[in-house]
Design a protein around this ligand. Structure first.
Ligand code: SF4
Ligand code: SF4
Length: 334
């Protein structure tokens, strides 16, 4: 997976014809049509002053949630700090060595100026390569606007996240990825400040009938994340009087734990004994949810996403929502 931005000096060769479908949202992951006589094309960067590809607006990051919880004020869209503003031009550049290919900037750009290129095409483009490149990119774009699923791309994205996440920065990257996907989908989502022991839950997402309380754990200590999540759930009920029907606890994991981990037993026991179904949300679900740009991620979290000792794989749930057999992190490792 490689993220590319069309070279600004090629803009005149392209015939931008951006036609969003009714009800569609911004970005390449939206149900949008890009057409010209020569096939699907794209517009190029407008150099937006507010740069939605790089920054959330303050009102997005600070959106109120039902409970009184502090908020991490970082407005960066890119969880890997790979998107940088170039001088005064306001045209962002992608640092290919840092980009984890999550697609957040892609989904945020209103004119589709950034694309994920699964062919790993080179960014630099010589003039005489332009025709070939245009055809190749047209194929990529036609795939991107095809109905999901594209499990191959999600698998590639996960591999890129593994490879490109800067060592020592994993926690920040995954925290930002989780919060930013929910923000990009339009849900109020508050992340606590790192190390803030007064905040009862790491990430709080407020939707109409659910208060989703998530812990983010990519270090492998899944049982600890499980305990933290239940603790956040209990505080939401006792201190903030959130109804048990409304509070939805869960953990975000890079992949489902392997079958030997006691996690699945713990989830089952908690459901049996106190009636709380802890959700498990693999990072692949965040990527698929962002890509589909609708309420499917929310439905996954609310209505399924319970992996326990009776049912260790979430692949059928993900396949039911996003089609096909995503097979990327939705089943336990061996
Ligand atoms: S990439 Fe898109 S959102 Fe970002 S500055 Fe360019 S046009 Fe605006
Ligand atoms: S937001 Fe994601 S896809 Fe965009 S530059 Fe950052 S890491 Fe890459």
């Amino acid at each position: 997976v490689k993220l590319i931005k069309l070279p600004p000096d090629s803009t005149s060769y392209w015939l931008p014809a951006f036609v969003p479908q009714p009800g569609g949202q911004r970005g390449m992951f939206s149900p949008a049509t890009y057409r010209s006589a020569g096939g699907p094309v794209s517009s190029s960067c407008l150099g937006c002053i507010d740069a939605p590809c790089r920054l959330f607006a303050e009102r997005e990051v600070m959106a109120p949630v039902l409970v009184d919880t502090p908020v991490y004020p970082d407005r960066s869209v890119c969880p890997a700090d790979a998107l940088i503003a170039m001088g005064d031009s306001a045209v962002p550049e992608v640092d290919e060595g840092l980009c984890i290919g999550c697609g957040l900037c892609v989904a945020r750009c209103p004119v589709g100026a950034i694309h994920i290129d699964p062919t790993d095409a080179p960014y630099e483009l010589a003039a005489d390569e332009f025709t070939a490149r245009r055809e190749r990119l047209s194929l990529v774009l036609s795939r991107e606007i095809a109905p999901f699923p594209d499990s191959e791309l999600v698998g590639g994205q996960l591999a890129r996240i593994d490879e490109y996440t800067v060592k020592g920065e994993e926690q920040r990257t995954f925290r930002m990825l989780a919060r930013n996907v929910f923000l990009a989908l339009g849900y109020p989502a508050r992340l606590k400040n790192p190390g803030d022991n007064n905040a009862f839950s790491e990430l709080v997402i407020d939707v109409d009938d659910a208060l989703i309380l998530l812990e983010i754990e990519t270090g492998g200590d899944t049982l600890d994340a499980f305990r933290r999540s239940l603790s956040g759930w209990a505080i939401a009920l006792s201190r903030y009087k959130v109804s048990p029907d409304r509070a939805v606890p869960g953990v975000v994991l890079d992949r489902l734990p392997n079958t030997r981990v006691d996690y699945y037993e713990a989830v089952k026991n908690t459901a049996d004994r106190i009636g709380v179904a802890l959700r498990t949300i693999p990072v692949a679900a965040l990527l698929l949810g962002l890509r589909s740009g609708d309420d499917r991620l929310l439905r996954f979290v609310k209505d399924s996403a319970v992996a326990d000792s009776d049912r260790r794989s979430l692949e059928a749930d993900a396949g039911g929502l996003w089609g096909g057999s995503p097979n990327s992190g939705f089943s336990p490792g061996k």
